[in-house]
Design a protein around this ligand. Structure first.
Ligand SMILES: C[S@@+](CC[C@H](N)C(=O)[O-])C[C@H]1O[C@@H](n2cnc3c(N)ncnc32)[C@H](O)[C@@H]1O
Length: 252
């Protein structure tokens, strides 16, 4: 046992080379891996690269890739999509303020028409995401797969699916995810073209092979998606988009 005076002058324990804090030279001399560079969609597209995609399946990676590519042509598609969507957003604006999630938001030009809700929007296409961020800087917009949502259960009052169920690889899975993130009593809004029961249905059927190549289901009926019966359907009229679009409000 050392006296206090002796303890003050005691030598610290010798550190041998084996116990030294710094690693042996062979490790010290190796260069450290460079930290990952922040991803820039603009930089990536300027060198012809596709941004990384947060998708749950190769099929949806292909959907994302396709929408990155078709992005510049989207205003042509929007001629058909825009009128019905505006009409439906008008109705959604009449509901009490709440947390709204839009899945497959696209370029996002329409986001400015929401008046009172807190908007979260996702898309699997990086170009659609960066465009939506430009149009609606106040919204929370993320690149995400609508079939594998990174949100907790019951985290939204409203979910909107505008023209996305007919483009995603597995619409039943997207519906199930939409239902999961809705709070009990929450509302799901679906707007999509629907295959009519009249003779035009033959055209939708004939176009199926071409449409599939464009990551799109020309044959589409909401009632035929498995799992839709778990939500109470209410068809909203009138039909927009030259009579080809149908809007539904579904309650959890
Ligand atoms: C036909 S566009 C509709 C865009 C917009 N909702 C509208 O009404 O104009 C379909 C959009 O859904 C996105 N999409 C398709 N499948 C998706 C998925 N599984 N997850 C997230 N976004 C998806 C596409 O990238 C594309 O932007």
């Amino acid at each position: 046992m050392l006296a206090p005076e002796q303890r003050r002058h005691a030598q610290p324990p010798r550190v041998t080379r084996r116990h030294a804090a710094s690693p042996p030279p062979i490790f010290r001399d190796l260069p450290l891996p460079a930290p990952p560079l922040p991803w820039s969609d603009d930089l990536a597209s300027s060198v012809g690269m596709s941004p990384p995609v947060a998708v749950s399946s190769p099929a949806n990676a292909a959907v994302a890739e396709f929408y990155n590519w078709v992005f510049s042509l989207y205003p042509l598609v929007d001629v058909f999509c825009s009128p019905g969507r505006l009409q439906l957003i008008g109705r959604i604006n009449q509901l009490p303020a709440g947390r709204l999630l839009e899945i497959g938001v696209g370029p996002g030009r329409h986001l400015r028409h929401y008046e009172r809700h807190h908007i979260t929007a996702i898309d699997c296409s990086a170009r659609m995401v960066s465009s939506s961020r430009r149009f609606s800087p106040a919204s929370d917009i993320r690149q995400m797969d609508g079939e594998a949502l990174g949100f907790p259960d019951a985290s939204f009052d409203y979910v909107a699916l505008f023209h996305v169920l007919s483009t995603t690889a597995d619409p039943a899975r997207m519906l199930a995810e939409s239902r999961r993130v809705l709070r009990p009593g929450g509302r799901l809004f679906v707007l999509n073209h629907e295959t009519p029961k009249n003779a035009w249905r033959h055209l939708d059927r004939a176009l199926m092979p071409l449409a599939r190549r464009l990551h799109f289901r020309s044959w589409f009926r909401l009632g035929e998606i498995s799992g839709i019966e778990i939500l109470h359907q209410n068809q909203l009229g009138p039909r927009g988009g030259f009579g080809l679009m149908t809007a539904y409000s579904l309650e959890k």
